[in-house]
Design a protein around this ligand. Structure first.
Ligand code: AMP
Length: 287
């Protein structure tokens, strides 16, 4: 069955209330569209966790893009996205307009503090404030029982978990593993911009994470040495590197008490395309 497409937030609230009144469990997968297998795996995860009314939002949220970022050229493939949602048995697709989400007098934000400062926070100031604000708004509109986020955007996922815990939001957050191509490249809506040559160079990211993963599993716990493995694999191939490091998962910095709690994390540019990826060494599959 085709998912119901809703554009207005009042209507979204009505559909979700109705679903709950029928005893359904509302599961939520927020996206910016241009859906790929990674997004679809989140929808399946929502169902596996018991959701029988899965809502997917498709909204390229202007608040989370900086002035010099790719808001205008972000891929938009709505018809194909709808078909993919139908195949996954999604009940409702929420695709609001900017005006519907941000009225003329809009001036309230949700902000998480220390976790938003390193890594993406350095290179995309204001980005996570845009993310937490829209996610909080969407949670308020849907009232989902559970929401699924990808570990592909690890810093974002950890920030959402922090927000939900700190503000006592009544929703269970589920983190889903990163879907990759067979050769290791993490799936991303932005991969379509890579030329064949850039894509080949982009594989240095998963290669670097893999090298550090292997060293970690052979017992290496020195953050500087693990970081060097990631960085040295990528440096010769990337046009620029925003960060390529190993950090503690709890702080997303080099500081931490738990030597096993390490994450390799990268943002680098290949041509005009910025790719991000990461691996939680103790927990994730080999990238
Ligand atoms: P986006 O549309 O890029 O904002 O992503 C929407 C959701 O899909 C986020 O929770 C992402 O972390 C998740 N996601 C994006 N790419 C992947 C991937 N390769 N594997 C798993 N989840 C992903």
């Amino acid at each position: 069955m085709k998912p119901t497409v809703v554009r207005e937030k009042e209507e979204l609230r009505r559909f979700c209330n109705e679903a709950r009144a029928q005893g359904k469990l509302v599961g939520f997968v927020p996206t910016m569209g241009a859906l790929h297998e990674g997004h679809l795996s989140l929808m399946r995860e929502a169902k596996r966790a018991g959701a029988d009314f899965v809502v997917v939002s498709i909204f390229v949220n202007p608040m989370q893009f900086g002035a010099n970022e790719d808001l205008d050229r972000y891929p938009r493939t709505f018809e194909a996205d709808l078909e993919a949602c139908e195949r996954e048995g999604v009940s409702l697709v929420f695709a609001p307009t900017n005006e519907s989400m941000y009225g003329p007098n809009f001036e309230s934000h949700v902000e998480v503090e220390s976790l938003t400062l390193p890594l993406e926070g350095v290179h995309r100031p204001g980005h996570f404030r845009g993310v937490t604000t829209i996610v909080a708004k969407l949670f308020n509109l849907l009232g989902p029982c559970l929401a699924v986020f990808g570990k592909k955007d690890l810093q974002q996922a950890l920030i959402i978990e922090r927000m939900v815990a700190d503000l006592d939001m009544p929703v269970e957050i589920i983190l889903a593993p990163t879907a990759r191509e067979a050769d290791g490249l993490a799936l991303s809506s932005r991969n379509r911009y890579l030329s064949a040559e850039e894509r080949e160079r982009g594989l240095s990211i998963s290669r670097g994470l893999r090298a550090a993963y292997d060293a970690f599993h052979q017992g290496e716990r020195d953050v500087a040495r693990l970081s060097a493995l990631v960085r040295e694999a990528i440096e010769p191939h990337a046009d620029s590197i925003d960060y390529a490091a190993v950090v503690h998962k709890a702080s997303l910095t080099a500081d931490g008490d738990n030597a096993d709690d390490l994450v390799g994390i990268v943002a680098a540019r290949f041509g005009n395309t910025r790719l991000i990826d990461n691996c939680i060494f103790a927990e994730d599959r080999r990238p």
